[in-house]
Design a protein around this ligand. Structure first.
Ligand code: APR
Length: 316
């Protein structure tokens, strides 16, 4: 049987994710759903008509869903479900301002995933992602390894891009890493950043690195401020699609993701941005690596900040 992936939410993030997943040509089916009548079917039709040009066989199916789970049969048998449903930020908003409105949406989506695709691995991208991931796990009651969130791949890609531009080197020369939350307590990890194998600290002065760290932390807001309506989706969808691919291929590739942390770095009982090995069952294992004292302190601070918020979502 070929693999099936569902993308819930056919807005900018969801539709570009569906496009990337289809163009990989590794899935038999990509399902795109939304509460808007007709839109997912229209996008699916349009994507399928690009197959002859782009040269892929994956079939895209669009399905509209109702408030009581109508239409969710379309997701049955999904190996992976990417949840993009929810409101994006407006200029001046923090991701946390979306907490209540998106919690309602994500809870309802998660309950339907549990009902219609009980064996799926769930990748959450709706914001605030650390909290929405915790909520999706609660609402699905899936094992914690089968629910995780997208943040670190995107934040790391942003950091990588800024470093490459600053030093005028190819992005592929740069290895970077960000951990922690997808927000104010994001932890870019300069000690794990290299350019052609050389430590970043030998190539840039500390204040310049700090400037790039700050720009990375505000990477999403910078895009939102320019777009005026909606938030980033090209880099975010690239990140989510790569994660879904790693699951579908059971590749074991290590990526920074929002995963359940249970003792690693001396932190327990919280969804937090850490590196993890991805496979068919979601998180195979959280990978712990060396951090400087400052970076570790930042990670612990992020854990406490998201822990408090994640406790709140249980009641939303
Ligand atoms: N089920 C399915 N889809 C839903 C639901 C629901 N219950 N509620 C809302 N949606 C859909 C909307 O109809 C809309 O088409 O989610 C889509 C969101 O699309 P956009 O508004 O274009 O937002 P997008 O840029 O795709 O961002 C989605 O990802 O990065 C995060 O902060 C961002 O939370 C936001 C999410």
């Amino acid at each position: 049987m070929g693999k099936k992936v569902t993308v819930v939410g056919a807005g900018f993030y969801g539709s570009t994710t569906a496009q990337r997943l289809a163009e990989y040509d590794i899935f038999e089916t990509v399902v795109l759903t939304d509460i808007i009548e007709g839109k997912p079917a229209g996008l699916a039709l349009d994507l399928n008509q690009s197959r002859a040009i782009e040269g892929y066989e994956t079939k895209v199916i669009g399905a509209s869903t109702g408030p009581n789970g109508e239409g969710y049969e379309a997701i049955e048998g999904s190996d992976v479900v990417v949840v993009t449903a929810g409101l994006p930020r407006k200029p001046g908003m923090s991701r946390m301002d979306l907490l209540e409105v998106n919690a309602k949406i994500v809870r309802q989506v998660a309950e339907n995933i549990a009902k219609y695709a009980p064996n799926a691995v769930v990748i959450v991208v709706s914001n605030p992602v650390d909290e929405m991931t915790a909520l999706a796990q609660l609402a699905t009651q899936f094992p914690k390894n089968r629910v995780f969130g997208q943040a670190g791949v995107l934040d790391t890609a942003r950091f990588t891009n800024f470093i490459a531009e600053e030093l005028n080197v190819p992005v592929k020369s740069v290895k970077a890493l960000t951990l922690g939350s997808h927000g104010d307590t994001m932890v870019p990890v300069p000690s794990r950043c290299t350019v052609d194998g050389k430590p970043l600290s030998e190539l840039l002065p500390a204040d310049k690195i700090e400037e790039l760290v700050v720009r990375t932390r505000n990477g999403g807001a910078e895009v939102v401020a320019l777009l005026k309506t909606g938030s980033a989706y090209y880099a975010p969808s690239a990140a989510a699609a790569r994660m879904a691919k790693a699951v579908a291929e059971d590749s074991g590739v290590v990526m920074p993701v929002c995963a359940w942390v249970d003792g690693e770095y001396g932190i327990s009982g919280v969804y937090l941005g850490v590196e993890a090995e991805l496979g068919a069952q979601g998180i195979k294992k959280v990978v712990e690596d060396k951090l400087t004292d400052t970076e570790l302190a930042g990670l612990k601070e992020a854990a406490e900040a998201v822990r408090a918020k994640q406790a709140d979502v249980a009641g939303l």
